[in-house]
Write a protein that binds this ligand. Structure first.
Ligand code: ADP
Ligand code: ZN
Ligand code: ZN
Length: 714
């Protein structure tokens, strides 16, 4: 007897190979089984999608090849996981094989069955060595952790009973992380196989969070109870983490957006921390939103649990002090359950807003005198300051004042940034780096100068401005910098955070990475010195992002209420701006996110923007801008006859804001629809035509194209 399994393999998104390939097998293979199958001259990893007894109609049985082998010892990927992958592929317009295989650890593709068997055996032995892995947990045993605030208890109670996704709207320092920890404990105790997925925007930036989870759960569930999954791990680490999650030995997975696609057969809770963070949206391959997939996944897992008759659910919690307008709107409509925690733990106040109108400051001042004076006072009292600037390097441009030469990148339509420390010009888009020229390359003028400012320069200036300021211990004020450049070396981020926590450093200057999630105890002043840069960006999400960044940055100040009281000082958020009358600042001053969200949503609604309208982008990369746009417009032309064409608006092709990167020209075409369904129907019908459009004369010069559904930047 023979079976005819259909198997999905990693096909390039637009290779035209169908959803699954049919093979022959002597054995019946359960859907979700991992197999090796021949593809051309190679043998590749695949996932069995279905295994019928009859070959599909029209299949040439003689030409159908045999399944090469089964990855022994690995349980099949379950139905919920397969449903998640199917949905993601369809919704984001990619092939099933691409999404399915991208969700598996890369090393799984390379290991032979024998190598894999050895790994699994080693894992089993290691688990035995630590006494079967999981220590027994006494049921009533109190977990280590503080007594919950009323708001925290109430949130936990509501969460346990929620029948919808939960939006945990908690001020910075309101104790959201503690809620995640307790919810995790509840979920893990609900069932011996229960698993929890905790997602964060960037793991590396917040080693503290991982430490808190380990500290809390390793004593209860064993050393292997928590694994991480993120792209910074080595292939071997990723495989180990994935195997632990897939086989159920890991009870908690802490990861970045990629973790949403991990195999978690016991999943009972998903936490999406800082759910508004743009890094949850993938910018390559299948451009999925991990937050949106988390919500979908929880629904699928809950349905599976309900079908199993257990009465249990898989809960999903989206947490933020400044939720995305999409989630906020969903809560307004009652699709999500909103739980508010407005109060900070310890009763501390949120920082007071101090706006500095830069129109009234000395010309050319990077740091206004009142801000510098306020910082000096704080340092003298033994408090710390955080200075936020959204540009790393010394200056964004180097220019010649004689002939007007600027340090452009030869490969991109962008300037190379001047880094003074190693005297280089670096392109932050393609990485192209050169030594700073001694003279202007165009006219030979020796006097080329930096224009604008970056973190390096602010660090240098602050050190000068604060040179005479003394700390309470009599020592000089110390300024440090933290950004992608200063943290490139392994371990340097932890080291820099440690100097801040220990109080060695008085002022930390950095990019937005210093605003994220850190629980600094002695910071009482946070300053954003070029806030406007974000306000005048062209896209409609700029105010939303700036508001979130400023709230989050401000949230680093005054976290320790006892310290603030003892110091007798109030925490402050300083913002230097050229447009102090902007409505965003009024909402920020009142710490009134709901008012800000309502105003933004009203604007979005009148403009038909998400979440009221739905968007997708067709993006094209080509050798010339003309070619990129010509292909996009041809693709729009090809859509004319489609049945769902009338339900969408197609806009003309336009160049991207940074239109050339690494010698590739980039353009995009916006698709808008009134409903998600209409957009999906149109895109599904359009997809096969897009593949055909690669053969048009207009495709000459086309390098690649991609569809981005629910794009963040339009
Ligand atoms: P958020 O994630 O909302 O910014 P955290 O969970 O990090 O807030 O909590 C802020 C600080 O308060 C942390 O240092 C945390 O350990 C502490 N904390 C949280 N909940 C409590 C509580 N119930 N009692 C005492 N301290 C708490
Ligand atoms: Zn010149
Ligand atoms: Zn470049």
């Amino acid at each position: 007897m023979a079976f005819w399994p259909s198997v999905v393999v990693a096909t390039p998104a637009h290779s035209g190979v169908g959803a699954a390939l049919t093979y022959r097998s002597e054995l019946s293979l359960a859907p979700g089984t991992l197999v090796r199958v021949p593809l051309g001259a190679r043998e590749v990893l695949g996932v069995v999608w279905d295994c019928p007894l009859q070959p599909p109609a029209g299949l040439s049985e003689a030409q159908t090849r045999d399944v090469g082998g089964v990855l022994e010892g690995l349980p099949a990927l379950n139905a919920s996981w397969r449903q998640l992958v199917r949905f993601a592929a369809q919704y984001y317009q990619r092939s099933l094989g691409e999404v399915a295989l991208a969700a598996l650890p890369p090393q799984l593709r390379e290991l032979s069955s024998a190598q894999l068997a050895r790994r699994l055996k080693k894992r089993a032995l290691a688990a035995q060595a630590i006494g079967g892995g999981v220590p027994p947990v006494a049921d009533g045993e109190a977990p280590d952790g503080p007594d919950l605030s009323d708001e925290q208890s109430e949130s936990l109670r509501a969460l346990a009973q929620a029948q919808a996704p939960v939006l945990l709207f908690g001020a910075t320092g309101s104790g959201k992380t503690e809620v995640y920890l307790r919810a995790t404990l509840q979920a893990l105790r609900s069932h011996a196989d229960a698993q929890v997925l905790v997602m964060v925007p960037e793991i590396n930036l917040t080693p503290q969070l991982e430490a808190r989870f380990r500290e809390r759960f390793e004593p209860l569930f064993g050393a292997g109870a928590l694994v991480c999954l993120h792209s910074g791990m080595t292939p071997a680490q990723r495989l180990a983490g994935w195997l632990a999650a897939h086989t159920g030995s890991a009870r908690i997975v802490l990861g970045t957006r990629m973790a949403v696609l991990a195999s978690l057969p016991g999943l009972r809770l998903i936490v999406v921390d800082e759910e508004h963070d743009p890094s949850y949206k993938s910018q390559e391959g299948a451009r999925y939103s991990a937050r949106d997939l988390a919500v979908y996944r929880a629904k699928v897992e809950s349905e599976a649990l309900a079908a199993g008759g257990t009465g249990a659910r898989c809960q999903v919690v989206l947490g933020s002090a400044t939720p995305s307008l999409e989630s906020w709107h969903a809560a307004d409509q009652g699709r999500y359950l909103r739980l508010a925690m407005p109060a900070r733990i310890g009763g501390g106040a949120l920082p007071r807003l101090r706006l500095v109108d830069m129109n009234h400051q000395p010309k050319g001042a990077v740091l206004s005198p009142p801000l510098v004076a306020a910082m000096a006072e704080r340092i003298a009292r033994g408090e710390q300051c955080l200075v936020l600037l959204n540009r790393r390097g010394y200056a964004p441009v180097l220019a010649c004042h004689d002939c007007g030469w600027k340090s452009g990148c030869p490969h991109c339509s962008a300037y190379r940034v001047f880094h003074k420390l190693d005297r280089t010009l670096r392109c932050h888009h393609c990485g192209f780096t050169e030594r700073v020229p001694r003279a202007c390359p165009d006219c030979g003028n020796l006097d080329i100068a930096p224009v604008g400012r970056g973190t390096e320069q602010v660090e240098e200036q602050l050190a000068g401005l604060l040179a005479d300021v003394k700390r309470p211990d009599g020592g000089p004020a110390r300024v440090a910098r933290m950004d992608a450049d200063s943290t490139r070396l392994k371990g340097s981020l932890e080291l820099q955070l440690a100097t801040m926590h220990s109080g060695e450093v008085d002022v930390l200057v950095g990019t937005q990475m210093i605003a994220k999630g850190h629980d600094f105890r002695r910071i009482t002043l946070v300053a954003a010195i070029n806030a406007d840069a974000g306000l005048f960006a062209s896209d409609h999400r700029a105010p939303e992002r700036l508001f979130a960044l400023l709230m989050q940055a401000g949230g680093r100040a005054g976290r320790d209420a006892a310290f603030i009281t003892e110091q007798g000082s109030a925490s402050e958020l300083w913002v230097q701006t050229w447009t102090p009358q902007h409505p965003l600042f009024a909402a920020l001053r009142a710490h009134d996110f709901p008012a800000f969200a309502a105003q933004q949503l009203a604007e979005r609604e009148s403009a038909g923007m998400p979440p009221f309208g739905h968007q997708a982008l067709l993006r094209a990369d080509a050798r010339t801008q003309q070619a990129a746009q010509a292909w996009l417009n041809a693709a729009a032309q090809a859509a004319e006859g489609l049945p769902h064409r009338a339900d969408v608006t197609l806009y003309p092709a336009v160049p991207l804001t940074i239109q050339r990167v690494a010698n590739v020209e980039r353009a995009q075409l916006l698709v808008e629809a009134a409903s998600r369904g209409a957009l999906q129907r149109f895109l599904s019908a359009w997809q096969p035509l897009l593949l055909e459009c690669r053969n048009l004369p207009e495709a000459r010069g086309l390098v690649r194209f991609a569809v981005d559904v629910d794009p963040l930047v339009v």
